[in-house]
Design a protein around this ligand. Structure first.
Ligand code: FES
Length: 131
């Protein structure tokens, strides 16, 4: 079975072990870009951040700030970046290094975004490790 996951707000249902969960077409993520989507993680529909680094590798984290548990984007899929290219939480300004996802400044300095495994196959970003 296969499911496609749209941008934030799209309908998401739980996944089974054999289910392919497509998060986004790879073409939707230019190098050094951030993208938001929802996906079933540990049985819950979770907002995610996808980041494609300048070398083309894609990473994902839960879209939950370790400071106060809020989403990092100021509108669905709209993220703040520092002049140095770091990801900045829109709520209180915690600043996260990319591609590592660790907080380097702000109220949760030293904490990290929670990583979610993703891989790229057949031109799309998929949930989970490559199998
Ligand atoms: S919720 Fe992100 S910095 Fe406070």
């Amino acid at each position: 079975m296969r499911r496609s996951i749209g941008r934030t707000g799209g309908a998401v249902v739980s996944s089974s072990l054999n289910e392919v969960v497509a998060l986004a077409p790879l073409d939707a993520l230019p190098p050094d870009s951030l993208h938001a989507c929802d996906a079933p993680v540990d049985g819950e529909n979770e907002p995610l951040i996808l980041y494609r680094d300048p070398q083309g590798e894609v990473r994902a984290w839960r879209n939950v700030c370790p400071h106060a548990g809020r989403r990092l984007d100021f509108a669905p899929g709209r993220f703040l970046r520092s002049k140095a290219g770091e990801l900045v939480c829109a709520v209180h300004g915690a600043t996260f290094a990319l591609p590592q996802g660790n907080c380097v400044a702000g109220p949760c300095r030293g904490d990290c975004l929670r990583a979610v495994p993703v891989h790229v196959a057949e031109g799309e970003v998929r949930l989970g490790d490559a199998g």
